[in-house]
Ligand binder design. Sequence first.
Ligand SMILES: CCCCCCCCCCCCC/C=C/C(=O)SCCNC(=O)CCNC(=O)[C@H](O)C(C)(C)COP(=O)(O)OP(=O)(O)OC[C@H]1O[C@@H](n2cnc3c(N)ncnc32)[C@H](O)[C@@H]1OP(=O)(O)O
Length: 242
Amino acid sequence: MASMEEDGSVEEKDNNNKKRTKSAIAVAWLTFYNIAMTAGWLVLAMAMMRFYIQKGTHKGLYKSIARTLKFFQTVALVEVGHCAIGIVRTSVIVTGVQVCSRIFMVWFITNSIKQIQNEESVILFLVVWTLTEITRYSYYTFNLLNHLPYFIKWARYNMFIIMYPLGVAGELLTIYAALPFVRKTGMLSMRLPNKYNVSFDYYYFLIIVMLSYIPLFPQLFFHMLRQRRKVLLGEIIVEKDE
Ligand SMILES: CCCCCCCCCCCCC/C=C/C(=O)SCCNC(=O)CCNC(=O)[C@H](O)C(C)(C)COP(=O)(O)OP(=O)(O)OC[C@H]1O[C@@H](n2cnc3c(N)ncnc32)[C@H](O)[C@@H]1OP(=O)(O)O
């Protein structure tokens, strides 16, 4: 009996140790990830400023930062994995919509349609994303290190009130600017007849994507308002199970 109790407590200790080790690994990974992403978006911010100061125009700016942007925005897919395996307390759906819509904007709109890369709306969402991500990833980093300056916390949970609508405006205007090119070229579309017997019109798909902002954006925005109330005002918020 004594030996069983001993075994039990050894097993319990072992489990606790595993939990501690796992969370230590998770914390180490998240700290590394957030520092790398803060650095990445800072590099982007500096590259954009340097370009504008040197050239005095936004024309050509997207092209000059495209590789770095594609890399860091695509890496953000890892965040959906963080939620799925439970190392961060965030909804997979909220993160998935946020990350996928950004990746879609980068790869399937701005990168694929060269004619729109110099639109002001592209610069608008790029500046907004950059400011948002520098704040967000530095918030997570300092939070993990238990040394969170209040102004970063304040910025994380206040800036989105202006940045979110501005970012969405930049994205929607960019998709809108892409529509004539997509219609003219028939890019990424499949017309019948074809061997798969499938028809897909990217032009109408983009219109559906634009319309999907109407139900999805308020949900993301209100999610952030709830987070703001929780973190800045200390309100206890009971989230529905997903
Ligand atoms: C096929 C194409 C489909 C297209 C469909 C289109 C529809 C799209 C419609 C909507 C479009 C939106 C487009 C977006 C535009 C922009 O981004 S504009 C720029 C402004 N944007 C913002 O301000 C973004 C704000 N939103 C968010 O930050 C997101 O909601 C979020 C990224 C999902 C984050 O929210 P959430 O994680 O829930 O809140 P937090 O308070 O930050 O975190 C909760 C807890 O999780 C911890 N955590 C999360 N991530 C990390 C991490 N990387 N490292 C460490 N910890 C992390 C965080 O600390 C919190 O933990 P606790 O403190 O313990 O609660």
